[in-house]
Design a protein around this ligand. Structure first.
Ligand code: PSU
Ligand code: MN
Length: 306
């Protein structure tokens, strides 16, 4: 038994080995306000195309798993008031309820597993929350078990970053710093924490991933691409706001799925919109790198066949 899904015409038409980049949609439905969400979705798709790959934004529409959305679909999803935030455990809920939903990093990875997509760009992965009673994102579980390349700007700075990195180590997920030895912290380029390995080109990342999977592992390769310097917010500036937003989430008893959207929105208010600028810039930066990686993957596969 396999899961039914629907490909967009663009993805359907792409050759079997064409470079494809998956894009998540929780960032549209829950991560960014309107109208920036729709603009961002379009911009990410454009950046992927400009760099020679086909974008596959992944989401649920009326209970159908969609691999690639057309303009009408994107607009609908971006304006959907009641979109579900869909992680892997919510697939059956979305399908049986014929619901619309944005897929999280973990949900998008599960979709990629069904659709055979090997490269995915997101903003920041979920992870271990601070002072939480066991709030650990399902993103980490997906990274542990689905072999693909995921490009992010580090884990969201709102999280407990050392604990998140420890978890990734436990789960055999290599964290590849793109042009850096330091694990980037989403809004900031610096965290004081180390990545497990550094690579400086898309080709070198592909080579590393191939070697990782040849070693018999089924885990993802997580690529950490620092936010562009012009839009980065120094950690010392953003950290007090993160602490305050976390405190407020606790005071207001915000739980479960609602935690991440609340924190992102509150930090944006506290930084006077700067954090969203950083968020948008890093998302586009990751879409670009993911497209370059998808193309390098295609070249490597063709060389192997030649
Ligand atoms: N990064 C962003 N904005 C977001 C998210 C990540 O810049 O909205 C989303 C991703 O979809 C990620 C999810 O998978 O938040 C994690 O949610 P949670 O911590 O509840 O697992
Ligand atoms: Mn959570």
């Amino acid at each position: 038994m396999t899961l039914a899904f629907h490909r967009s015409i663009e993805i359907e038409k792409a050759a079997a080995d064409a470079p494809v980049v998956a894009l998540e949609s929780t960032v549209l439905t829950h991560g960014l306000p309107r109208p920036q969400n729709l603009q961002l979705a379009r911009d990410m798709e454009r950046v992927v195309r400009e760099h020679g790959a086909a974008p596959a934004t992944i989401a649920f529409l009326d209970g159908v798993l969609r691999i690639g959305l057309n303009e009408t679909d994107l607009t609908r999803l971006a304006n959907e008031q009641d979109a579900l935030k869909v992680g892997p455990r919510d697939f059956a809920t979305a399908i049986s309820g014929k619901l619309c939903g944005g897929t999280t990093v973990a949900g998008t990875m599960l979709a990629c597993k069904h659709a055979g997509i090997k490269v995915f760009a997101t903003g920041g992965i979920g992870g271990v929350h601070r002072e939480s009673n066991f709030d650990i994102s399902a993103d980490l579980q997906a990274l542990a078990t689905i072999p693909m390349i995921v490009v992010c700007a580090g884990a969201k700075a709102i999280l407990d970053l050392p604990a998140t990195l420890e978890y990734l180590e436990t789960m055999n997920v290599p964290v590849v710093g793109y042009g850096t030895d330091e694990f980037p912290a989403f809004f900031s380029r610096e965290s004081g924490l180390e990545v497990s390995v550094r690579r400086d080109s898309p080709e070198a990342i592909v080579e590393f991933a191939a070697t990782h999977w040849r070693a018999g592992l089924q885990s993802a390769v997580l690529v950490a691409n620092p936010v562009p310097a012009e839009e980065a917010i120094p950690r010392s500036v953003v950290e007090p706001f993160i602490e305050r937003a976390n405190r407020e989430a606790g005071e207001r008893s915000i739980h479960g799925k609602a935690v991440t959207p609340f924190l992102l929105q509150r930090i944006n208010e506290l930084t006077g919109g700067k954090s969203m600028q950083a968020n948008l810039a890093l998302l586009l930066n990751n879409a670009r790198l993911a497209a370059q990686i998808a193309r390098a993957l295609q070249s490597a596969a063709r060389k192997r066949l030649a």
